[in-house]
Design a protein around this ligand. Sequence first.
Ligand SMILES: Cc1ncc(COP(=O)(O)O)c(C=O)c1O
Length: 376
Amino acid sequence: MEKFPQKLASKISQRLKDNALRSLPKASQLVDFSSNDYLGLTKNEKIERQIQKNGATGSRLLTGNHELFDELEALLQSHHKAESALVFNSGYDANVGFFSSVPQRGDIVLYDELVHASIRDGIQMGHAKGYKFAHNDIGKLKEKLVSLRAQSSRDTEFYVVTESVFSMDGDSPDLKEMATFCAKNNCFLVVDEAHATGIFGKGTDLISELGLENDVFARIITFGKALGCHGAAILGSKQLKQYLVNFARSLIYTTALSPHSVAVILSAYQYLKKESSGICKQLYQNIDYFKQEIERFRISDKFIASNSAIQCVMISGNNKVKEIAGQLQQEGFDVKPILSPTVKEGAERLRFCLHTFNTNEEISQVLQSLKNYMAT
Ligand SMILES: Cc1ncc(COP(=O)(O)O)c(C=O)c1O
């Protein structure tokens, strides 16, 4: 069909005008400073890529619930110290499933203004009202809560949502203070751990590292990033699991992960359990080295403070940030620009994802070039 709605065409033209049109990139052979494979597990030959039968054949509630799911969920439960775990097909599905079904009509979801799109989409699909609070600002969260509570009925439940490592900033909230705040104010705390899964707390997550497992209502962990696989899980109480199995539409109305995918996640976890101290240490060393180098090059003031594998340098404007990313890519470094509207206009940035396999030489070289290009 040649006809295309004019309204859609003009939205595309606007993107083009803003130098923000997205397209699918070709597979890259460059030095990887952009994937989420923080621990390098996608390249690890010790992880068995077991071949099981092909597809799942149905939803987990019908024919798709292969026995490997039980094995994986038991492992996740003990590894992440949770009462229960429920596997979803992706982090997107887990967030949409949770937020569209758990908060009820009349409830209120207070979410950090920078939470992932999947959380926002889930809230929009549900019946509760969502209100954002300023990024990592517990003072502002408190103000919002006080004013909303004054207007709400006694049976309104309050959910507070944040990420343990923010995907586009690499920074973290003060999770201990947030947990104390939620306990004191009778709110359910939900933490998306996508970029902390496998990296912190001896290969677990940041909530586990901080010993806050019993202070959160739910954690979302994902396997598509440091675990090098695909899929996600919601960690929480047995009751929460039972609820989600009954009401989370993104779990119920979709074909389950294939047994092969579940087997690969199991293998990745078994490897992580044995090797986490070595590989996580290597990643932390690279993060420390990167941070030392941005100090040595005197560009640290342009970076968002972060202790995670995500390090972002602010370069305002889609044109400028795309230009510098292009220059680094020409030199062989795969560094991605983060453009508006993914981030606010003026808050465009280059995002460096650090991995176990990045060498000190690569880190020094890419930062030397970055410094040169930023100066021109
Ligand atoms: C914070 C956060 N949550 C959830 C997701 C979605 O996870 P998945 O890629 O497994 O769908 C992402 C992915 O980028 C993310 O960054």
